[in-house]
Design a protein around this ligand. Structure first.
Ligand code: WT7
Length: 639
């Protein structure tokens, strides 16, 4: 092993040699390695042990016995040196609306005041708080206010339906909801509070709803339950000490879809998540003090948690928060915002790159983009064409691209090149970060030692922000991630390792569909479709799409009473929108009289996928089907 004498090399990896040395140490002495990172933070009480772990239970604990508050590290710690520096740079949906520059001092004060509003309304340490808000500063403030007092935030993306909110509120037994009156989105306004009201009809456990005014639209306020944030703020002061939290106390729950059942609440805890979000933010993006950093995700997804709020604020960065959409007022908006605020690090999703690529270069050319230093990608595989377009037309062949692979469950980036430090290769996420020990497995669980191979991607050692449990159902966590291959965390992804050891993520190997970087389980969508009045049964598969990566193809058996296919289709789309949200709507619906099932009743999705992809000649063995004739009907009826 290369000896590392300069410990700062562990914190900031500047050269490939730094990376190699840090990686080697992180494998040989993971506890020493992560303790050195953790020393950087403000702890209320130092840990007794760095790591306890066991992947069978699973039971993973980092910085055991330590106490901290993540907001003290995001805010208070920076006040002396960076009090006047912009923490959140907020850009509204409408380019003519004034930008907000919220300094670290101001953000600290707003978080403390909001935290006092939470306390005033009865929120206590350990309580679950559901946050359903558009991308306004109060969303970040609300998240941090929960963390300040040790309440557990559960952010629900503001594109999800009332029923999705209700499911999540009930699953987490949340007694508080933080929301806004409405939202601005492109040329339109949209309801927010009204959707919460609908959801809460089936959530009698909710005691308080705190509403931020954004659009000024009239909303119903339920007496005794709903309060306006601006009224509440009149009654509180700016003094709110940070609650001491055990390293392994829950910081947040974030729901994500799996291959079975309803979305599950992924649980992250305070200490390890903090250390890992900070370390990966600084190193992957090679963040420097004066950078202006912009991640275009929504805070409703894990990318927004780790790389709009926690990672950047832990590093004392300026994090740009954007309320709008990439195509309003036109498809040049991202590039206009980059020039306007001299953004130096830009992090977005392949689906956004592909859709803007499709709009043509006329929307890019007016902008210099000369402030950019690093550009990143996340959420789905980035195809080579999009990678090259991004590199050339946005990065001007000058900016390294980081293709960051990770998951809601991993809390932070696990595989990525380090911008300009380790090499990059189109469509490869490339190198495991220090502390991450990926393996490729055969379907029967054997580690593949060679390079230049494909296999199932698993991780054999815990990193600090690994999922701890699925809320309220630890067995589900064990089953989903730790039981398929004993002794490993199984990612659900397939990957290729090239001759030198770089990883390329191929995609999900389970029944999860990734539409524009959003994850859905086939069962979840089928259940939604099946709620439509005339639907008897359905099966959905993902199939490739030029812009969205994957889209949903649904095979549906309807009741004989409906003979108007257009009406049935419209009803199905409306039902999916109602049950999950518009982002889960199938692109194609094919009505069938039967589904290809084995004698044991299992749907052979392989066949359905092939038909959706129009690979009709290679359906494989269909002899185990209960009724092979349905295949001909399905082929003939392809839409
Ligand atoms: C799934 C996780 C991590 C934040 C956003 C998505 C896919 C994610 C990449 C990438 C190829 C990727 C994987 C993964 N994915 N990043 N850089 N290259 N695939 O989080 O909703 O939890 O989804 O997204 O399939 O398992 P998520």
């Amino acid at each position: 092993m290369t000896a590392v004498t300069n410990t700062s090399a562990f914190h900031r990896l500047r050269t490939n040699a730094d990376y190699q040395a840090a990686y080697a140490r992180s494998v040989q002495d993971p506890e020493g390695f992560w303790a050195a990172q953790a020393e950087e933070f403000t702890w209320k009480k130092k840990w007794d042990r760095v790591l306890d772990w066991n992947f069978d239970a699973p039971d993973v604990k980092w910085f055991v016995g330590g106490q901290l508050n993540i907001t003290e590290n995001c805010l208070d710690r920076h006040l002396a040196m960076r009090g006047d520096k912009t923490a959140i740079l907020w850009e509204g949906n409408d380019p003519n609306e004034a930008t907000q520059h919220i300094t670290y001092t101001q953000l600290h004060e707003r978080v403390c005041r909001y935290a006092n509003v939470l306390k005033r309304n009865g929120v206590k340490k350990g309580d679950r708080v559901c946050i359903y808000m558009p991308m306004i500063p109060e969303l970040a403030v609300a998240v941090l206010a929960c963390a300040r007092i040790g309440a557990i935030h559960s952010v629900v993306f503001a594109g999800f339906s009332a029923q999705s909110i209700a499911d999540r509120v009930q699953d987490a037994d949340a007694a508080y909801v933080l929301t806004s009156d409405g939202m601005m989105r492109g040329a339109k306004k949209g309801p927010v509070k009204a959707i919460v009201d609908e959801a809460l009809k089936s959530c009698p456990g909710v005691k308080k709803v705190i509403v931020t005014k954004r659009t000024g639209d009239a909303v119903a306020m339920s007496d005794g339950r709903d309060v306006w944030l601006h009224d509440e703020l009149k009654h509180v002061d700016a003094d709110c000490p940070a609650e001491p939290m055990d390293s392994e106390n829950v910081l947040f729950i974030l729901y994500t879809s799996g291959s079975t059942g309803k979305p599950k609440g992924v649980v992250h805890t305070c200490g390890g998540y903090m250390v890992y979000a900070d370390y990966t933010f600084r190193n992957v993006f090679q963040y420097e003090e004066n950078d202006v950093y912009w991640c275009t995700a929504d805070v409703g997804w894990v990318t927004g948690h780790s790389y709009i709020i926690y990672g950047p604020l832990l590093a004392g960065a300026t994090s740009l928060m954007f309320e709008g959409i990439p195509t309003y007022p036109d498809a040049g908006r991202f590039w206009q915002v980059i020039d306007k605020h001299k953004v130096s690090i830009f992090y977005t999703a392949p689906t956004a790159i592909r859709s803007l690529m499709a709009q043509g270069l006329d929307f890019v050319k007016p902008y210099a983009l000369s402030s950019l230093k690093v550009i990143g990608s996340v959420g789905e595989p980035i195809n080579e064409e999009a990678w090259h377009w991004y590199k050339e037309h946005i990065g001007h062949n000058r900016c390294p691209i980081v293709d960051t692979w990770w998951q809601t469950e991993t809390g932070g980036i696990l595989i990525s090149s380090l911008a300009g430090v380790t090499d990059e290769k189109p469509s490869y996420a490339a190198w495991p970060l220090p502390g991450v020990q990926p393996v490729l497995l055969t379907p029967d669980g054997k580690e593949i030692a060679e390079n230049d191979v494909e296999g199932l991607l698993a991780i054999k050692f815990p990193w600090p922000s690994i999922i701890r449990t699925t809320y309220g159902d630890h067995e589900r966590c064990r089953q989903t991630y730790f039981s398929s291959y004993k002794g490993y965390y199984f990612t659900g992804d397939g990957a290729r390792r090239d001759a030198e050891g770089r990883y390329r993520i191929i995609g999900r190997v389970d029944d999860v569909i990734n539409v524009s970087g959003h994850r859905f389980g086939t069962a979840e969508i089928e259940n939604a479709i099946n709620e439509s009045e005339w639907v008897v049964e359905s099966a959905v598969v993902g199939y490739p799409h030029d812009i969205k990566g994957q889209v949903i193809y649904a095979y549906v058996i309807t009741d004989k009473r409906i003979d108007d296919a257009d009406k049935a289709r419209a009803e199905i789309l409306a039902t999916v929108t109602k049950v999950i949200g518009p982002i889960a709507k199938p692109d194609k619906i094919q009505f069938v009289s039967g589904l290809p099932k084995t004698r044991s009743g299992k749907i052979m999705r392989r066949i359905l996928r092939k038909v959706a992809e129009n690979e009709l000649g290679s359906l494989g063995d269909t002899s185990t089907l209960l009724d092979p004739t349905v295949v001909d009907e399905i082929k003939a009826g392809r839409v």
